[in-house]
Design a protein around this ligand. Structure first.
Ligand code: ZN
Ligand code: ZN
Length: 368
């Protein structure tokens, strides 16, 4: 009898030589339930006492009389435990909610996985964790995972500072390690994109965004005083000619735009985006090594500041001797208030507040 008991319930062991006290776990449907069985000295099951963990008690609620009856009728401990397991199986089926309480292994596995994955943060409920993940180029990324222990079949909510949507595949058997390796694959697919932007960020003056994040695909690069180029890099095809928009006084921007159109065929996918931009525009970009950034952050001629909410002064007087920059909103409001200005649809025609030469501006909020 004893060997069969151990074979069927390897986690339930006798604590004394007389074999009147058993302690450990019984396993039902791959879940372990803690229990303790006390037998009288004559080891009669009729007078046995059972101590159950709270999950087991919860499952056996309403079945107490059946358990008692089985204790009276079972010939030995082996057959009683077999009967008890049958009752538990029925209980598990009728208590689907009970299944949603994560078993202790859930947490112990979580902890051992987290240790190897670079854990930065975990909340008190073990629901949300942040991992610090380095890609093969050594860039550090924060991967946030919101677990759903009550719904193990649903994918956790995963997020990170990425320029693309983070799609995760998930099964109830998936582990943190699976998530981690999927995240690494996504990071690897983006290393070329970040290489392109890191080179631009380190070798040129970036006017926008103020502090680029890993998900920003746009850069406005300073070319000269009040002249800049806005590039939009495709995260999936980072080395291709990006979408470009030149900003500044027309007499400077028009020749650059013409060069861009004429030299587009020179774009070389083996070369970096920054090199290609230099070759196609036939210019050198001012770099932190050669210029101060303050020479490009020229303030608006109306409000005397550089940043107006998110906007920077990108409307420039086209007179080559003036070239004064303005915020679109400032210039629009200024011109509209002047009786000498004229409006046609959403464009206002007026005079530059600095040099009195003709100047036009579109209604604020509309891209020029
Ligand atoms: Zn302004
Ligand atoms: Zn002017």
């Amino acid at each position: 009898m004893e060997s069969s008991l151990v074979k069927d319930n390897p986690l339930l062991l006798p604590l004394n030589k007389e074999k009147t006290v058993y302690n450990g776990f019984i396993t039902v449907q791959e879940r372990d339930f803690r229990m303790r069985i006390l037998l009288p000295p004559d080891r009669q099951l009729k007078r046995a006492r059972l101590h159950c963990c709270w999950q087991l008690k919860h499952l056996l609620r309403g079945y107490e009389h059946i358990v008692k009856q089985r204790l009276q009728q079972s010939a030995d401990l082996v057959s009683f435990i077999l009967e008890l397991k049958t009752v538990l199986e029925v209980g598990l089926k009728s208590h689907p909610k009970c299944c949603s309480i994560p078993p202790p292994q859930y947490y112990s596995q979580l902890i051992s996985e987290m240790e190897t994955l670079g854990l930065l943060f975990i909340d008190a409920e073990f629901r949300m964790l942040k991992l610090n993940v380095a890609d093969s180029s050594g860039r550090q990324h924060i991967f946030t995972i919101k677990l759903k222990p009550k719904h193990p079949a649903e994918a956790p909510d995963c997020s990170a500072d990425l320029p693309i949507h983070l799609a995760i595949t998930w099964t109830p058997q998936s582990t943190l390690d699976h998530l981690h390796s999927q995240f690494l694959l996504v990071l690897e697919s983006l290393t070329e994109f970040w290489d392109v932007l890191d080179e631009i960020d380190s070798k040129t003056w970036i006017l926008e965004p103020e502090k680029p994040s890993r998900s920003d695909t746009m850069r406005r690069i300073a070319i000269g005083n009040n002249i800049s180029i806005k590039v939009e890099v495709d995260p999936r095809h980072p080395k291709m000619l990006p979408e470009c928009c030149l900003l500044g006084p027309e007499h400077v921007v028009t020749p650059l735009r013409n060069k861009l159109n004429a030299n587009m065929h020179l774009w070389n996918l083996d070369s970096s985006v920054l090199h290609n931009l230099r070759d196609v525009l036939e210019i050198e970009f001012p770099s932190p090594a050669t210029h101060e950034k303050s020479s490009f952050n020229v303030e608006c001629g109306i409000c005397y500041s550089y940043r107006l909410e998110a906007a920077i002064p990108d409307q420039v007087c086209n007179d080559p001797r003036c070239g004064q920059p303005y915020h679109q909103a400032c210039l629009y409001e200024w011109l509209r208030a002047l009786p000498s200005s004229r409006q046609s649809f959403n464009i206002v025609f007026g005079e530059c507040p600095y040099c009195n030469k003709p100047v036009t501006v579109k209604m604020a909020g509309q891209k020029s």
